[in-house]
Ligand binder design. Structure first.
Ligand SMILES: [Zn+2]
Ligand SMILES: [Zn+2]
Length: 90
């Protein structure tokens, strides 16, 4: 590795640091480094950030809502098919 940051990972003392977290300025290894918008952040700071980041919870809410809607549509269609089949069978 050409670039010497100096010191090992703050979270893994046995691993060589490859970057510095822009938030807490701690040396972090390749496993701890998360590039977000091309900026190095450690896992702890990323977790802190994602907790306050807007849109993530809303996105999962939207997914749950769409699955519920899909199940509802499926139920209606299945009900219609079942009704038609029972109509034809009788
Ligand atoms: Zn950090
Ligand atoms: Zn590490």
């Amino acid at each position: 590795m050409a670039l010497q940051i100096g010191g090992n990972c703050h979270y893994h003392p046995m691993r060589a640091g490859i970057g510095v977290c822009v938030e807490c300025r701690q040396v972090i290894c390749v496993e701890c480094t998360t590039q977000f918008d091309g900026i190095n952040r450690c896992a702890a700071c990323l977790a802190k950030m994602s907790r306050v980041a807007p849109g993530k919870a809303a996105a999962s809410d939207f997914r749950v809502a769409s699955i519920a809607a899909l199940l509802g549509v499926f139920g209606v269609v299945w009900g219609a098919v079942y009704w038609l089949v029972s109509l034809v069978a009788s």
